[in-house]
Structure formats: C-alpha cells, structure tokens
Ligand binder design. Structure first.
Ligand code: PEP
Ligand code: MG
Length: 768
C-alpha cells in the first residue's frame, strides 16, 4: 500500500468537532451525512458511507452516503453475511482490501464492484460489545487506503458510536421523535425479536432460593428512561428549586427512618450519601448559580445531575463509580419535587418489580429490600458473592444471568423469577404462574413443618450434630430463632459497615452486639471481625483496590493495617461480651500464625485498655477461620494457638482452586468435591482433633446435601449456615448413617479425580 499524504489528525479533529457540535434539532442522519462528507473530503476517496445495523432483520442499511446515489439512503440494505462490509461487522474487525484481482466478495452495491472500486476499507461501529454499524470508504484507485487510514477510521468509528448513542439519549430525554429523521432506535440496542413477544425461558444461576413475580424494570437509568415524562416545565423559579431541595431532604430522612425500623443495624445512614451530595455547594450551589444566570431550574438540575453521573461513571476510582446510582436516584427525586403536580412523572419505586441490573452494591440491595422489590436479575456476580448472600438474608429472589439481551427487555414486561432452579421466565403463561404458586405454598408448608420439629439434629444412627446460623443482618435473628439454630456460628460483622456512609462508632457497635447477645438467650455467638475488601468495599473509606482485589487488602490484612478501626470493633465486642460467656471472636482470612498472633495481641491490648479505663468487659475465646491454602498447611500450628477453628469453604474453594467466587463465568470450576478440597477439609479436622480444639464449617458447603455425608464422614459435627437452610439440612442429616458416611469419606480421600468423586457422591445419595 502506498502512503498517501493525507492528514488524518486533521480529519479526526474535524470529526470530533462535528460530534461535539451535534445539533439535536437537525437529527442524527444529518450528523452522519456531515461526517461522510468530511471523511470523503479528507481522504479524497470516491465513496464514504455509514451503514447502521438493524438487529431485527439482521441487515445493514445505508444511512448516509457521499459519492453514491442519495436516493439509496434508507433504501439500500443487505444481510450481514453478504460481502466484506457485513464481514467487518460480523467479525468486529477492520477490513482493508486494495488489489484489483482481490477475489474477496464486495457487498452487492450497484456500480461499486470489486472491479470498479478495488480499494475498500470497512470499520465496524460498536458500542461495548453491541454491533451498531459500519463506516466504509471505497475508491477506484488500487491499494488506496493505508494502515494510517485504518487507524484513523477506527478512531472515527469509536467517536461515531459514542455520538450516536449520546444523540439517541438526548433525543429520548427531550422527547424528540426518534424515528422522525430516519433514526432507527434499535440500532445501538439490538433487541432480539424473540424477546418482544411470547413466553421465553432464560437459563440463569440460582443465587437466592426464592421465587417472585413482577414487571421488569431496568435499574439505574431514570434519566434515560421514559423520555415522554421528561418534558421541561418552563415556569419554574429559584424558589421552586429551594422548595424542591427541602422536600427532597425531608423525603430522604423519612425513607431512612422507615428503613431503620426494618433493618436496624444496616440501614442507618444509607441515605447520607444522597443528603451529603444534596447539600454540597459544588452540586446544589452550582445549580443555583446556573439558575441565577438565567438557566431554567429544571434544565439546571438535569444538566448538573448528568454532569455528576458522567464524572462518577468515568472515574478511575471504583468507590466514586459506585456513587452513580446515588446521584441518579437523587436527580430523579429532585426533578420529581421540582416539577408541578400535573407533570406526569413517577418516583423511582421498585415495589413489586423485578429489577434487572448489571451489578449491585450491598447498599442498593438494602434499599431495594426496603421497597419490597419482587426479585432481582443480575448480569454479573457469582452465586457465592456477598451480594447473593445478602439477597438470601433479605429473602429476595435473585437469579444471575449472562444473557445481556435482558438489559434491552421492554420496561414492564411480566417476569417470573424462579430462584430455586435459577430460571427467568419472560411473559409466563397462566399454567407456569399457577405451578409457581403451588411450589411456593409447598415450600412454605414444608418449612413450617420442619420449624415445628425439635431443635435436635441427629444422624440416622442418633449422633448429635450442631447446626448454628450465619447472621448477616440483625433481622435474621428472628429466622435463626424460629428454625431453632443452636446459636450464631458466624456473624459477618462487616455488613452493617458496608451499607452505611460512615464508620459506625464503638458505641453503636457495642449496642448492636449487645442486642444480638441478649436476643440469642445464652446460645453461642461467634463475632467474626471485619472482613472488608474484595467484593465488600467501604464506599466511604479509601481502599487500595489494585488489579486484583481478591488478593488485596482484605479481611485481617485490612484490620491489621487499620488498627484504629480494628480496635474500635474489638473493644465493642469485649464490652458486649461482659456477662456473656457465650460470646466468641473469630478472625477472617488468617494466612499465617504470625497474623493470628498479631490479632490476638491487639485483642489483649484492647482488654488491657478497657481494664485501665475501668470499663466492664470480658475476653472471649479467640478462633481463626481456615479459608486459605496457607492456613490449611499450618492448621496444626493454628489449632494449637487458637481456641477454635472454623472452615470458610467459600473462600477456601476460591483460593485453593483459583476460582473467583464472584465470577459466574468460572462457576463450573468452583468444585467443592475437588480432591484438593476434600483432603484440605480432612487435614483441618485432623489438626483440630489432634489439638483438642472445636472445629466447625461455616461456608455454603454446609448446605450441599450431596457433600454432607463426606463432611460428617471426616468427623465434622458442627456447622453454621444460612438459617433458612437449617430445616432442610436437618432433614438431610437425619437420613445419613454415620458409619456408612465414614466409609464413604475414607474412599473419597483416596480418589484423585473430581469426576470419580462426583460419581461416588451421586451413587451414595441414590443408594439410600
Ligand atoms: C467463607 O469464606 O466460607 C465464609 C464463611 O466467609 P465469607 O463467605 O463471608 O467470605
Ligand atoms: Mg470468607
């Protein structure tokens, strides 16, 4: 290829200029037309064209052209499996050809054949992974386009994708007719026609075992949704804005109070981030300044909210990115309060809806729970992630799915969410709905029956097994008591920290820990110290996320690095433990004996401090979690040093097998029955036995019916699990004969292949 002396930098600047000065009134087609003319002028190519993709027909349609018959615009179409232009979109890559004898098929465009225009450069326009169209230049001179043209055209295609999307959003926001100027709305959001009507079943992964039904709504897109509702009222004043601010703050405080009633420990201060932004001069002050300089208050609010959203969304700081939702929520509330009552716009309200989101923060789940959401579909996150744990705790049906077409589902589509089998049913038929209702009734019935059982858990041959509850939020204490859990084997103390906007004080923690000890009435409670980090970041505390947060500053590493936070919590537990010999402390993610001893030392210092200050306290038993491969290998030493051990199987599997527990893509590798996991579990139980220390298991593994015989077979007699699962696990254990389970465990420990172990477990389960 010859390097033609074209100034591609100038071309790119001109395109940027066109994009930046996009004229909404003129429409998108006009923008595209100007772009093709500019590209043709700079490249001096005979032809420049933009084809946009229509997913419903799987076709490319000509939307702007220079050097072609203008009558073809909007008319010329071809399927994406035809010719080089379609191939560029299908393969999502730039295609550049230039030889006259090149036999690659050109698209079927009259008058533009491989012979007449041998040089062709086609570059796909894509938004994220969505195909949006192709920008094409063609020329009669052979070998006309250079590698620099390819590069420049790629940049132009990327700018075009952004510009088209923005134009689309702006037109929606202003209620402009999207079809009027030949604009095809589904271009950037290809919707599979199969979802537009009829019933569809989408496979997902069960993340919380509940079922729900409601109308779909996409979360976090208030400002781009329902354009017709966002018409700007013209007669607003600065006074209206002040009233809207006051009303918004009042509503937020009321919402917070309601939430606190429901979720005492977790809720407080959830809406503080909103209130902080609302009061911030950089936000409301800027809006007021714009109003004073003549901007309509409604537009001033909308512009500022969108500026914040963009700023947060593009921030390299993940904690700031997480604030997008808060700002959108706040923006919507403000606009609602600013608009006259006749203005038809609804408050963000998820009551009874099935919310579809790319991802969610723990605090967002809490807000949704407070609004009695009917269910959640998440496009990211694993079944073992903490968001899933929280959804379970709040009894919200949650299914994880990877089918991104769900994000394009029309608003208010009826959905049935089967969290039990991990299915999403779009527009379910009457029979399916009926079947779900029956299944829900049956489940509730069997749970009631099980709850009425004695609190004793025994194997078939009468050996007593201890089932305690995992606690994430205080309101689960009721469930724990109802299912007759034998205490709390794991209190994830970090959840109340995560969902707030400020660190809770020592006093607040003391109150909440005391309440747990009071309400559990003498049964053991294991307070696990903060397991912050990875998928449990504090939005208000600067944390170094690094490229790999799961291997970063998490759990005990975090607290040892931040002794002030650690000490506040330890002091609160020590104080609450006064008069409560059943309280225990456990350290998470212990990787070495040194770390355990370090944590113990700090606990002793706290006890000494409280002693000096004359504050009543008690030093509880100190345990360690075993959830890292390193901890398994030094289990003997840890068992000797600690008062008790607890196996965290969720993290143990994650770190032992290098499988991110929050990544559904690799869920198939999250194998509890891998020989390395079986042998690790056995090793830990033997170490505890040797040291004469109690050992239990508090990960999700305790709820796997298939794995229970092995766990009992290696000698585990104590488990801590989601309280809602206790009745079912109790029933499973009652069917297990311990001598048979012990024999099974010995056999499995000899096997080297995961598949063999899986088969042996299945055979055991079916042999009765
Ligand atoms: C575990 O890792 O198994 C565990 C119980 O802790 P968490 O799920 O909170 O990480
Ligand atoms: Mg863990």
């Amino acid at each position: 290829m010859t390097e033609a002396p074209r100034d591609n930098v100038e071309l790119m600047c001109d395109i940027s200029d066109l994009v930046a000065h996009f004229d909404l009134e003129a429409g998108v087609d006009e923008l595209l037309q100007r772009i093709v003319a500019t590209v043709a002028r700079h490249t001096q190519a005979d032809v420049c064209a933009v084809y946009l993709y229509e997913s419903a027909l799987n076709e490319l349609v000509l939307r702007a052209a220079h050097g072609m018959n203008p009558a073809w615009v909007g008319q010329l179409r071809f399927r994406i499996d035809e010719g080089l232009i379609g191939a560029s979109l299908r393969q999502m890559r730039a295609i550049c050809v230039g030889k006259p004898g090149d036999h690659k098929p050109h698209p079927p465009i009259p008058g533009l054949t491989a012979k007449s225009h041998p040089s062709l450069l086609a570059v796909p326009i894509q938004r994220k992974m969505n195909p949006a169209g192709v920008v094409v230049v063609q020329d009669s001179r052979p070998e006309y386009f250079t590698s620099r043209d390819v590069q420049a055209m790629r940049i132009i295609a990327a700018q075009l994708a952004g510009a088209i999307e923005n134009a689309h959003l702006m037109m929606r926001l202003r209620g402009a007719p999207e079809n009027g100027s030949g604009w095809v709305p589904e271009v950037l959001y290809p919707v599979d026609t199969t979802f537009e009507t009829g019933t569809h079943q989408i496979p997902g992964r069960r993340a919380s075992g509940f079922m729900g039904m409601g109308l779909s709504t996409r979360m976090g897109h208030y400002l781009s949704q329902n354009p017709a509702k966002y018409l700007c009222p013209l007669d607003l004043t600065e006074e209206d804005f002040d009233k809207a601010i006051a009303e918004t703050e009042r509503q937020l405080r009321e919402l917070q109070a309601r939430l606190e009633e429901k979720l005492q420990d977790a809720a407080s201060m959830i809406f503080d981030a909103h209130i902080l932004i609302l009061r911030d001069d950089a936000f409301s002050g800027e809006i007021r300044r714009n109003i004073r300089s003549g901007k309509n208050p409604w537009t001033a609010v909308l512009d500022e909210v969108r500026r914040y959203v963009e700023m947060f969304r593009n921030s390299p700081n993940p904690t700031l990115r997480e604030k997008v939702f808060d700002v959108e929520d706040l923006g919507h509330r403000l606009l609602y309060n600013l608009a006259p009552p006749s203005f038809e716009i609804t408050q963000p309200d998820y009551t009874g809806q099935i919310v579809i989101a790319e991802d969610l923060l723990p605090s967002e789940i809490l807000k949704l729970a407070s609004e009695q959401v009917a269910g959640l579909i998440l496009l990211s996150g694993g079944q073992h992630s903490h968001v899933a744990i929280l959804a379970n705790a709040l009894q919200i049906p949650l299914v994880m799915a990877s089918d991104r077409r769900l994000l394009d589902l029309p608003e208010h589509t009826p959905i049935l969410l089967d969290g039990k089998d991990g299915r999403i049913i779009i527009r379910p038929g009457e029979e399916t709905i009926q079947a779900m209702r029956e299944s829900r009734r049956a489940l509730a019935g069997s749970d009631h029956a099980a709850e009425a059982d004695s609190s004793e858990t025994r194997t078939r041959d009468g050996i007593s097994i201890r089932l305690a509850a995992n606690l994430n939020l205080l309101h689960e204490l009721d469930t724990a008591r109802r299912v007759k859990a034998e205490g709390i084997g794991l209190y994830r103390t970090e959840f109340p920290f995560i969902v707030r906007s400020l660190l809770p004080t020592e006093e607040e923690q003391y109150q909440s820990y005391s309440e747990i000890l009071e309400r559990i009435e003498g049964r053991p409670v294991v307070f696990r110290t903060l397991d912050i980090g990875a998928d449990k970041a504090l939005s208000y505390f600067p944390m170094c996320h690094g490229n790999n947060p799961l291997l970063g500053l998490r759990a005990l590493r975090f607290t040892l690095r931040n002794p002030e936070i650690f000490k506040q919590q330890l002091r609160a537990i020590l104080r609450a433990a006064h008069g409560h010999p059943e309280a225990r402390i456990m350290f998470p993610m212990v990787a070495s004996l040194d770390e355990f001893m370090g944590a113990k030392q700090i606990t002793l210092e706290c006890a000494a401090e409280l002693e000096r200050e004359g504050i009543p306290h008690r030093l509880p038993a100190l345990g360690t979690m075993i959830e890292l491969p390193s901890a398994v290998l030094i289990a003997d030493e840890l068992a000797a040093a600690a008062d008790f051990l607890s196996i965290g199987s969720n993290d143990l599997i994650q770190y032992m097998l290098a499988v991110d527990r929050t990544n559904d893509e690799v869920a198939a590798w999250f194998s509890p029955h891998h020989p390395a996991i079986l042998r690790s579990l056995n090793r830990v139980v033997r170490a505890a036995e040797q040291a004469g220390k109690p050992v239990s298991l508090c990960g999700n593994l305790a709820t796997h019916a298939r794995m229970l015989p092995f766990l009992l077979g290696i000698g585990l007699r104590s488990f801590s699990l989601d309280p809602l699962q206790i009745p079912a696990v109790r029933r499973h254990i009652a069917n297990i004969d311990l001598p048979r389970a012990t024999a099974l465990a010995s056999r499995l420990l000899e096997l080297g292949q995961t598949e063999e172990i899986s088969e042996a477990l299945d055979a055991f389960a079916t042999s009765g």
